[in-house]
Design a protein around this ligand. Sequence first.
Ligand code: FAD
Ligand code: DHB
Length: 390
Amino acid sequence: MRTQVGIVGAGPAGLLLSHLLHLEGIRSVVLEARSREYVEQRVRAGVLEQGTVELLTDTGLGDRLHREGLVHHGVELRFEGEGHRIDLSALTGGRTITIYGQQEVVKDLIAARERDGGDIRFEVEDVAVDGLKTDRPTIAFTHDGEHGTLECDVIAGCDGFHGICRPSIPAGELTEYDRTYPFGWLGILARAAPSSDELIYVNHPRGFALSSLRSPEIVRLYLQCEPDEDVDRWSDERIWEELHTRLATTDGDYELTEGPIFEKGVAALRSFVVEPMQYGRLFLAGDAAHIVPATGAKGLNLAVADVRRLSEGLVQLFGSGRSDLLEDYSRACLRRVWRVQHFSWWMTSMLHRFGDDRYQHKLQISELEYVTSSTAAATTLAENYVGLPL
Ligand code: FAD
Ligand code: DHB
C-alpha cells in the first residue's frame, strides 16, 4: 500500500489533518487503534477558540457546529463566595469561544472524510513506524487479522500522549519537559438545565470546581480530586454535595440544578512538551507532542493549530517540492505551544488547592482580585483564553 501522508491516530489532530490535505488534493490514510464508536463517544474537551471555529467553518465543517454550538462572550471566576465576570469579547475586540463537544467535532470530521471517500482504518493493531530518516518511511499494522505495510512520503504522529510515534524516535533525539500536579479532575455529564449561561471557574478552600455545559439540557461539571482518584468512591450524592459546597455564593443567589448523571470519569492533570516535534520524515502533532492541564481549555485547540501548520508545510512540499515550511514546523508550533503551556499552568496554579499551603492560597486570592479588577490583567486572561491569532 502506498499513500502520500500516513497518519497514526483518528483523534481531532489526525482527522483534521486528513481533511485539510484532502481539500488540497493530497492523499492520506488514517490508522486508528480504537473502534469508530469508541472515538465518537469519547468525552473530553468542550471549548473551541474562535480561530478553531473559523478554521472548521472555512473548511466546510461548520453546519452542525453553528447550529448546535453555544457562543459565549464571557466566563466567571468565583472565589471567596463571589463571582466576577471576565468579559472576553469586550476585552478582545469582540472575540468569542464556542461550546461544542470534542466528540461532536470528531463525528463531523469522520462524516466529512467518509463523504469525501477518505481512508480511515479503525481497530488496527501492532502499529509500528520505520525508515523515519529515509524518504520512504513505512507504517506496519494489522487490520482484520491481516498484516499490512503502508509506504508513505511523510508520517504524521497524531496518536496522542500514549501513542507509539513519539517513543519510536531514538533515545537522545528528543528533550522532554514535564510537570505533574498533585491533583486530577473528576468530570461528569448530567441531564440538567445549566444553572448559569456561562462557564464558572471556582477557587474554593476544598478545591477547584468548574461548571460548564454542552447544551441547554446537559451540564458538564468538574471537581478537583486526587490524581489517582477511584471514581467508584464518588456516589452521585457525594458529587452533588461537593459541587453545591464549592459553587455556593455568599449571597445565596446561585442555585445549582441537579439531574441524572450519565457519565463519570477521572483525568490526571499534567504539562508535557517534547522538542523538537519532528524526527526525519515523522512529524508529531497534538497530544503526541504536548499535554496541558485542562484548566485553560487548550489541548484540542493546540492540536488544531499544529495540524494547520503541518498541512501548510505538506501542501508546499507536494506542490513545489520545497520544504522550508516543514523544516520550520517544529519551531513555529513550539512558540504557540509554550505560550499555551504558560497560560494553562498559570490558570491551574491560580485556581486549584495545593495541599495545606496557606501562603499559596493567599497569593491566589491576591492574583484573582487583580485579574478581576485590573483591565490589563483581565485582558491577559481574555486574549489567551479566546486564543491568540493562529
Ligand atoms: P487524541 O484525541 O488523544 O487522539 C489520538 C488518537 O490516537 C486516539 O484516537 C487514539 O486511540 C489513537 N492511538 C493511540 N495510540 C495508537 C496507536 N498505537 N495506533 C493507532 N492509533 C492510536 N482541550 C481543549 O482544547 N479544551 C477543553 O475544554 C479540554 N478539556 C479536556 C477535558 C478532559 C477531561 C480531557 C481528558 C482533555 C481535555 N482537553 C481539552 C484536551 C483534548 O481533549 C486533547 O488535547 C485532544 O484530544 C488532543 O487531540 P489529539 O488528536 O492530539 O489526540
Ligand atoms: C470544559 C473543559 C475544560 O477543560 C475547561 O477549561 C472548560 C470547559 C468542558 O469540558 O466543557
